[in-house]
Design a protein around this ligand. Structure first.
Ligand code: KG4
Ligand code: ZN
Length: 334
């Protein structure tokens, strides 16, 4: 079955055609990033994002179909992210998908963005199927999910404040790195000493599977400001490496607990922050040492893209979760 999918929840407009069934294959995955526009303001400006989605969505959908070599007449369903995200941005994708589905007599399938991130893994691991444990870490979300079936997700842990990606981006911003700074922090961390500085853990020490990244973020930012006031140089590489090490060790702690609690034998990492080389390698090693299967998308599929939405839309469609044309968009996850 061919699925045309659309994603517009934040600052990337994306359209993709995926082939789902026995094999799971990406035929096209066009991503129009607005990052450079938002970098001028140090973060995503919702109104600008909505406008840019409107300008891009029609053209990239045509591009996705033509690159895949699949005419609309062969598409079996239209998948679209309808939550969570920036409401104005989401509405662009949802309205466009509705019109496309209605005018072509196609089923319209809503997808939860976070579930789409998990589904990005299905392309690289053809035999991957639930149940498994997942950690989705992005600019807006950080959650441990027990994935019981392709469409049954139970949140077993989450951040109580900032998302992991947000912590990376805010620390990077104070260091003068343009938005979004996660990838540059990753590169700097490779050249620094991870034990140069000690920061407070983001793993809440209460036996839960929850994180708090806000305290860590504020601590690092305060440290940077204090050093500046004192006129003392801070090694950017050491700071990035020590901050990353704190994030990674916080995740390792909670992952160990989550695997114990859920009894899952497969762990899936997903979301924009899953592109982080230090996090990927540390969690891969931990899983290998415990005999747990470790899955993570290639870096190109970690960030927001429509192919992952198409993969999840297929399973939502199989589960009968087709939406009426009154489908709405929602800013919140639930
Ligand atoms: O999933 P995503 O593309 O968008 C949201 O749904 O939020 O995630 C974007 C986040 C940003 O915070 C970005 O800085 C972060 O993922 N990110 C990284 C890396 N690449 C992207 N964070 C750490 N290391 C990276 N290599
Ligand atoms: Zn995302």
């Amino acid at each position: 079955m061919y699925i045309l999918a659309l994603e517009s929840s934040c600052d990337e407009t994306s359209a993709a055609v995926v082939e789902m069934g026995e094999k799971r294959k990406i035929l096209s995955n066009i991503v129009a990033s607005q990052v450079e526009t938002h970098a001028l303001y140090g973060g995503v400006v919702p109104e600008i994002a909505s406008r840019a989605h409107i300008e891009a969505i029609s053209g990239i959908t045509e591009e996705a179909l033509s690159q895949a070599g699949i005419p609309l007449s062969k598409i079996g369903a239209v998948g679209v992210t309808n939550r969570p995200g920036l409401i104005g941005a989401l509405l662009v994708g949802v309205s466009f998908a509705k019109a496309l589905a209605f005018s072509n007599g196609l089923p319209l399938v809503p997808v939860v963005h976070i579930h789409g991130h998990v589904a990005a893994n299905y392309f690289s691991y053809q035999d991957l199927k639930p149940p498994f444990l997942a950690l989705v870490a992005s600019g807006g979300h950080t959650s441990f999910l027990e994935v019981r079936s392709y469409t049954d997700f139970v949140t077993v842990g989450r951040t109580r404040d900032d998302a992991m990606g947000e912590a990376f981006d805010k620390v990077a911003r104070v260091m003068g790195i343009p938005y979004p700074g996660g990838a540059e922090m990753d590169r700097l961390a490779t050249m620094g000493r991870a034990d140069a500085l000690v920061f407070p853990s983001a793993a809440i020490p209460d036996g839960s599977l929850d994180f708090s990244f806000s305290g860590l973020k504020t601590h690092v930012i305060n440290y940077l400001h204090t050093q500046k006031l004192r006129g003392q140089e801070v090694s950017r590489e050491d700071l990035a490496a020590s901050f990353t090490e704190t994030v990674v060790s916080s995740v390792r702690k909670k992952l160990s607990l989550a695997l114990e609690r859920t009894g899952c034998r497969t762990f899936v990492l997903a979301g924009g922050v899953s592109a982080n080389s230090h996090l990927r390698e540390a969690l891969r090693r931990d899983c290998e040492a415990r005999g747990i299967r470790f899955c993570v998308p290639p870096p190109s599929l970690c960030g927001d893209n429509a192919a992952m939405i198409g993969a999840q839309a297929y399973y939502e469609f199989l589960a009968g979760r087709v939406a009426p044309s009154s489908l709405n968009a929602y800013a919140s996850a639930e």
